[in-house]
Design a protein around this ligand. Structure first.
Ligand code: SAM
Length: 237
């Protein structure tokens, strides 16, 4: 099965690559990471496919599904999933080093409510996620792409926010955190312009104590960056 080391985006029909929110870095894997890919992929990795997922088939129950985009090294993902056994977590990351690290942790501990995907999350959302099926999105420290000429690569832009809103169940949430202040304001503005979403805090949200500090957050804090949290919800009707 070509799950861990295979491609992370669909080949484009016209030969042109659409603008992506990531650039793939080469990954030199430690033996335990290679072993995790061989041992645990079948049980824990959902391969990209051109059809919608049936979450009760994927997780073997009908618990709410939280989808995380860009989990990095995955420590936070692992902790949240073990803290919340009554939710299912689908965690997506393109970076092989972090992906195989989290896969190793999940496999060793046999965490049954967490599955992984290694593919462009935007393509996964468009192709595999049924509308109205997600109870929450976690997007912690998305790449800020600070240079103006790279802003087009930022994940949180209007078409993406509309896509998230479409995939959310009524009452579901989007939880973003960033240490890049100007991107934080962009997120507030983008989510404000999606009709089906509302912001219960008006502006930034107070921190949620159940979210552990992430790897990128630690780097931001060392540089004295301010951490901003954005929490919006889908209207119930
Ligand atoms: C700045 S890192 C943050 C990682 C982690 N959430 C943290 O806070 O430590 C952003 C991550 O998002 C991943 N990423 C960016 N765009 C993505 C996409 N379209 N699909 C999946 N992962 C993506 C990148 O590979 C990167 O590891």
């Amino acid at each position: 099965m070509e799950v861990g080391t295979g491609r992370v985006e669909s080949p484009s029909e016209d030969g042109k690559r659409s603008i992506k929110s990531f650039v793939l870095r080469g990954s030199r894997l430690a033996p335990y990471q290679k072993e995790a890919l061989e041992t645990y992929s079948e049980q824990y990795v959902v391969p990209f496919q051109d059809r919608q997922l049936d979450f009760s088939e994927v997780f073997g129950n009908s618990n709410p599904v939280i989808l995380e985009i860009g989990f990095g090294m995955g420590h936070t993902t692992e902790r949240i999933a073990t803290q919340m056994p009554l939710s299912n977590f689908l965690a997506i990351e393109v970076f092989l080093n972090g992906f195989s690290k989290l896969l190793s942790a999940v496999g060793k501990q046999q965490i049954s409510n967490l599955k992984l995907m290694r593919f462009d999350a935007v393509e996964v959302l468009k192709t595999m996620i049924p509308d109205g099926s997600i109870s929450g999105f976690h997007i912690f420290f998305p790449d800020p792409w600070p240079k103006k000429k790279h802003h087009k690569r930022r994940l949180v832009q209007l078409p993406f926010a509309e896509l998230l809103a479409k995939k959310l169940a009524p009452g579901g949430y989007i939880y973003c955190v960033t240490d890049w202040e100007e991107y934080a304001y962009q997120m507030i503005e983008v989510f404000n312009s999606v009709e089906s979403l509302f912001n219960p805090h008006g502006g930034f949200s107070p921190p949620h104590s159940w979210r552990p500090t992430t790897g990128f957050e630690e780097k931001g804090l060392r540089k004295s960056h301010v951490i901003n949290e954005i929490w919006v919800e889908k209207s119930r009707g």
